[in-house]
Design a protein around this ligand. Sequence first.
Ligand code: MG
Length: 275
Amino acid sequence: MKTLIMHSQDLVMAEELSLILEGELEQRTSHFRIHTNNNISINQLRLTHKIDLNLLNKEFNFSKVRLLVSDMDSTLINIETIDEIAKATGMSNEVALITEQAMQGNLDFTKSFKKRVSILKGVSIASFETVYNNHLKLNPGALELINFFKSIQVKSAVVSGGLEYFAERLHRQLGLDTFRANNVEIVNNCLTGEVLGKVIDAREKANYVNELCNLYYLERNQVIAIGDGANDLEMMKIAGLSVAYHAKPIVQENCNIVINHSGLDSVIDFFDSDT
Ligand SMILES: [Mg+2]
């Protein structure tokens, strides 16, 4: 028996889908479940219905989850931080173009990050605060998701191929357990265009998940990884459960849960167990 999780309040659509799949419809507080023995072509259903549809992974033990590792830019928050700094300082187009290519997986992440930071040479760190205060917003459901995980004693971490300034502030604002992101050199309150330390690329994100597993004495199948870009794929691969949030096609094709229409809090519904 398979269980399809449907994130919509549309009862008519739920009944229709249930009929098509010859399934049994179950209404939960914030979603529907359809239990069926039929084969499900999930990609086709997603295309036709334009709502979030996912199969419940019954091999995964949701009650054992102890760590959430989330990407920051365009996952937990609405912006690509480095693009926003570029916008605030009038160097928008060049930087945004490189970011988009990197997120699609078409460019070497480390090289592209260094290139973007070098373009920002001379930018004042005051622009960081402006971006944080005026342009950075949590994505829908982010706060609910973090608070839910806190309520069930799951630790949460943010990891970012963006800038540490933002990861650190978000970590404080949301009360996350820990964070990791890229450090850039600042002299006399201005970016020198140089990167400090290792660039947090796909490999480093996965290394960070392993590091946290060691720190908290966890197995990797106790970790949920959420992301949207090609540089999240490595950490998603090693986590017990991976979630693509409004993600690039390559990410959607390689993860357990795809969210394209609803907020991050829809992940909570997967923890709504049968018992
Ligand atoms: Mg991202």
